[in-house]
Design a protein around this ligand. Sequence first.
Ligand code: 26Q
Length: 816
Amino acid sequence: LTTYDYINPKPDAELVRKSIVYKLIFILGIDPKDATPADWLNAAMFAARDLSTENFLSTRQIHEKFKKRTVYYLSMEFLMGRAFTNSLINQDLYGAFEQAFKELGLNLADISEQEADPALGNGGLGRLAACFLDSLATLRVPAVGYGIRYQYGMFKQEIVDGKQIEKPDLWLDNGMAWQFARPAKRFPVSFGGTLDTSHYPPRWKPAEQINAVAYDEIVPAFGGQIANPLRLWTAHTGDLFNLASFNEGDYFSSMEAQMKNETIANVLYPNDATAVGRELRLKQEYFLVSASVQDIIARHLCRYDSIHTLPEDVAIHLNDTHPVLAIPELMRILIDDYYLPFDQAWAMCQKIFSYTNHTLMSEALEKWSVDMMAQLLPRHLDIIYKINHHFIENVVRPQGYDDDFIRRVSIIEEGEQRQVRMAWLAVIASHKVNGVAKIHSDLMVSSLFADFAALFPERFTNVTNGVTPRRWIAVANPKLARFLDKHLGGSGWLTDLNQLNQLNKLVDNKDIQNEFANVKHAAKVRLAEYIQREMNITINPNALFDVQIKRIHAYKRQSMNVLHIVHRYNQILNNPNADWQPRVFILAGKAASSYNEAKQTIRLINDIAYFINHDERVRDLIKVVFIPNYSVSLAELIIPAADLSEQISLAGKEASGTSNMKFALNGALTIGTLDGANVEILQHVGAENIFIFGNTVEQVQTLYRNGYNPYDFIDNDPELAQVVNQIAQGAFSPDEPHRYHKLMHNRDEFQRYADFRSYVNAQAQVDKLYRQPEKWYRAALVNMANMGYFSSDRSIEDYCREIWRIEPVSEQELPR
Ligand code: 26Q
């Protein structure tokens, strides 16, 4: 049975079953009698990959035939999650595979659980890239994702004695049936050495060279036909040349250097809100962009015989500043290899690049020391200086700005240690710079990039983030998908999420409210079973599930969530016979391995969970569960089960958030601050259907300006003072009473204490509404009905129109 035998017509269960068994025997060399569930998964993934390969190859043919302008999405992170179920759903093969496994005496859902969860990303930024790839393919946009194939993705989190333990993520251990190795697609990437400026252009004589080798992953569109590549680079050990020492015949030290450089594509940095300035990270960033830019140029030259048409053919998008070295890399190639004059190369770059900013927090902004860059990338540093000079002399000075302004906008930050400001370089080189939610884009222009907004007002824009309904409803919540199919007259909503607004007509219908309540209940039972099985904690599916799942960070204020839990615990003990609404508090998330405060927060949550869960007096009125090892697959389990979504960052700090969208789409109500995309969710669902609390950005800024003092709030609120003192004095850590003293008595940089009272009041409103199920489920339905705007399809359409100027493959261009 060859691949092409079953492509056309669409395979039925019998063909699928034969293909799976064929792959098991002839590709994996395993006797069906001996096959483990993991073996069956691998065989099935080969079978499923065959079915998208034709689309993948023909998509490339269409792009070439019609010379489609293409966007290249450069990102250090792609948090794809499991591929198997998603690919079956996108290709409408789920039924056939389910039946095939049934005939083999196996269960598709169980087999799917065998797949490792590829975690080549930290959190929001990486998952956004994955949602965008799904939408790009589904909208038939000619697009290629470029990233790094880390050997070790995001660490696995274990909780031991309440503390986070990090373990390596061996996601490649069981083989990766999904990716095509491309051993012939390789590009040399050079590092170090010297710059000989006695010529023009100057000659870079690198000290080391390593080959980047491609692996391609198929990104299938929903509805078949189109599939785009995600190209991930790995560093090829065998190809490193420490040029100097090999030349000197020092074989052994060359091999030693080779071992060291093998680490380039080895491990993902687990920081998501601090820019660690380590040399290996800079090497990784350059490795990604050098290989990708070389590949982009090679692809262009297959179509056109001139480099000059590059800006018409190519858009390169920078996912935050992490791939920003693509700018000097393209300049270097254009000048040094194609002998273009600086001005011409620069004009091309400004047409090609665009950049998304994902944070305003200063500790997350990338700055690299000039010294390090001089060591590692002397030619690129030289080009950055020339870009800076050109910018200051030709753009800034002619407009009459003073020296102070020039110091502020210079790409080079002067000081004890001179630094390259990567965000400045990105803004200066890009034709468009966008933020990721309305409030964030506004703040970007009024704060971080205010000087640049004065120079280039038309450059700045907003594209509010979105999430893919394919993964976040169809894959994660199939019962909800059936509910929507039934009430919206088919599955058109999956590619046209605005159709959800038809639900608005049905929100008062009691039967439909009940039907949705049953969908929600089933998801809660499923999660409760997981928590019972994995953690041996019993929770009641009839309780309100209150969920905060995201990276642990002070600005996201998980510790304010804890303040409310302890407050509620105190209130119940004070007034045990009141009519309390039972709640299960569910939290999950990883702390960067070097981030002490975040790790303390995890420990606090676990200490409190242990203490409260064992206190007979609160019965099951409060349960607290910290689910270890948060990941995309856990999100798929938890989000459908949530009643309440905690989006409680300090206003102005969370650029957008995307889990807020996933929750609302799955019919959870949001309790949140006026931050990130919460603001737009409020506008779409209406103030009666969301619990907004806390200070506004303006109020937050006023507090900072007046010298914020946490004790102004603690000392004026006895209940808050009690909670703070309990935690700080060891009520939940009796073996070590001062464990959380510092966590409670710090500068309270993110104003937990200022927002506490308003948060507690909003939580009381939550209880009140939850006790009126018809009102609660009505509000949940209104949330879902108005979430169409937050589809990543809408985000991608915005990018295509406003930023990339890219046309999708048209109906006529598709092969019939
Ligand atoms: C930088 C330099 C060195 C090492 C690590 C990093 C680094 C890596 C990842 C810095 C930041 C990140 C990730 C940031 C991130 O995930 N930001 C989130 O992006 C989402 C998508 O736009 C937003 O919804 C979130 O609000 C934002 O926090």
